[in-house]
Ligand binder design. Structure first.
Ligand code: SF4
Ligand code: SF4
Length: 101
């Protein structure tokens, strides 16, 4: 069945370069690059298990895993917060509006 949604993630990536993004220790166990390519913030956010900051980071305009073609480099093993983010949700629409997509 064709995808009738007007929200095409493959041409977008707005949510990967708009809001603060954090990963948990469980996310980092599933995808070890989270440990090496993000900012370790465990001491700051212990209660919520926001252990790794993906965005914003110094000198980066997007999550370090967002490729130039707007696709996720670790899509299969991406953090849970990314899995939960729904195309067409209020946050999705806000991200696209902010970045004029
Ligand atoms: S969820 Fe929304 S903002 Fe994120 S990539 Fe898909 S269309 Fe873009
Ligand atoms: S891990 Fe992938 S899906 Fe999650 S914010 Fe980064 S580029 Fe986007």
């Amino acid at each position: 069945m064709p995808n009738a949604s007007p929200y095409d993630c493959t041409q977008c990536g707005a949510c990967c370069r708009c809001f603060p993004i954090f990963a948990t220790r469980k996310d980092a166990e599933r995808e070890p690059l989270v440990k090496t390519e993000t900012r370790h913030v465990e001491d700051q956010f212990q209660k919520t298990d926001r252990s790794y900051q993906l965005y914003p980071l110094p000198f980066l305009e997007a999550c370090p895993f967002l490729k130039e073609d707007k696709l996720c480099r670790i899509y299969e093993t991406r953090p849970d917060v990314c899995r939960r983010f729904e195309p067409g949700s209020a946050q999705c629409i806000e991200a696209r509006e902010r970045l004029k997509i």
